[in-house]
Design a protein around this ligand. Structure first.
Ligand code: UTP
Length: 298
């Protein structure tokens, strides 16, 4: 059984170019599905999974993200005075304990592996850790990271979240080469980043949730020394397998939205809008109307 995972790294240093011009002045992670920023979905999921320390790897222009986690005392007292208890609860739900959040800068966008490596000094040498990509928003019960931590407690090693994707889309992902398929959990014998069409070892794509053994950080260290350009997290995980350590994939239960893409973001907006009691009837009627109008026009 693996050691308890209490720290999560959130790499949020990317440029977010696919959302320009929105991301010219606000970080992508502050973009909201209905009324909740992407970063809050990720934090809520990590908290539900027992994470206690939250490490953000940020970059220039991400100030709004740091401000987001400040306590809004004036706003809280104004809501309290006006008796808006529900809003006050929502606002308080975003408060983090002092000292629970750390910000580390990635000075150059040298890839996801490099972003994770930037957090190395905030982890103990023998400490497993989670990595959460806020672009991937997952509706799941229990939340995806909790499913992974439960699975990891059984297996140890490293664990990545995985899902089947259609063959024509698999080249956009890191992909698992499966040694043993145990149903929900698979044991990997390899992992390749964005395989060329037709060369993928399987249709099991890796998505943005990871529980990583401390040795993955050591692999990143080595890659850092050898590499001139980008450092891929996939390579550091594949090195685990090459060195004979266990890497598993978990077919999580839930729906994943790629909110790093515009289409995925819009789909998530619809899905989360339809989940809200205060919105769903009106919103569903509107969507039905739009679809009917499109059909009639075809
Ligand atoms: P993406 O590949 O989606 O890049 O990164 P991006 O810059 O965020 O977005 P686009 O493609 O320009 O629109 C995947 C995740 O890895 C982080 C990003 O913040 C995002 O969460 N990342 C990527 C870093 O933190 N540093 C990097 O050097 C690269």
């Amino acid at each position: 059984m693996g050691r308890k995972v209490t720290k999560a790294i959130f790499p949020v240093a990317g440029l977010g170019t696919r959302f320009l011009p929105a991301t010219k002045s606000i970080p992508k992670e502050i973009l909201s599905l209905v009324d909740k920023p992407l970063i809050q979905y990720a934090i809520d999921e990590a908290r539900a999974a027992g994470i206690e320390e939250f490490i953000f790897v940020t970059s220039r222009g991400k100030g709004a993200l740091e401000d987001y986690f400040d306590h809004a005392h004036e706003l809280e007292s104004s809501l309290r005075k006006s008796g808006k208890d529900k809003l006050l609860d929502i606002l308080r739900g975003t408060n983090m304990d002092s000292g629970a959040i750390a910000y580390i800068r990635q000075h150059k966008a040298l890839g996801l592996g490099h972003a994770v490596w930037c957090a190395r000094r905030l982890l103990q040498e023998d400490e497993p850790f989670a990595v959460v990509l806020t672009d991937d928003v997952i509706q799941g019960e229990p939340p995806c990271l909790q499913q992974m931590i439960e699975a990891y407690e059984e297996t140890g090693g490293s664990m990545v979240a995985t899902m089947e994707v259609p063959t024509e889309k698999v080249s956009a992902y890191g992909v698992l080469d499966v040694a043993e398929d145990m149903g929900a959990i698979v044991r990997a014998k390899g992992m390749v980043e964005k395989p060329a069409a037709g060369t993928q070892p399987s249709n099991l794509a890796v998505i943005g949730r990871y529980i990583l053994a401390p040795t993955v950080m050591q692999n990143l260290n080595k890659l850092k020394q050898g590499a001139g350009g980008e450092i891929q997290l996939t390579d550091a995980i594949a090195d685990e397998i090459a060195e004979g350590r266990d890497v598993f994939g978990l077919r999580f239960r839930g729906q994943r939205f790629d909110c790093g893409s515009k289409a995925g973001f819009l789909q998530a907006t619809v899905a989360f809008g339809l989940e809200r009691d205060d919105l769903k009837d009106e919103f569903a009627d509107y969507l039905a109307e739009v679809v009917a109008m499109r059909r009639a026009a075809e």
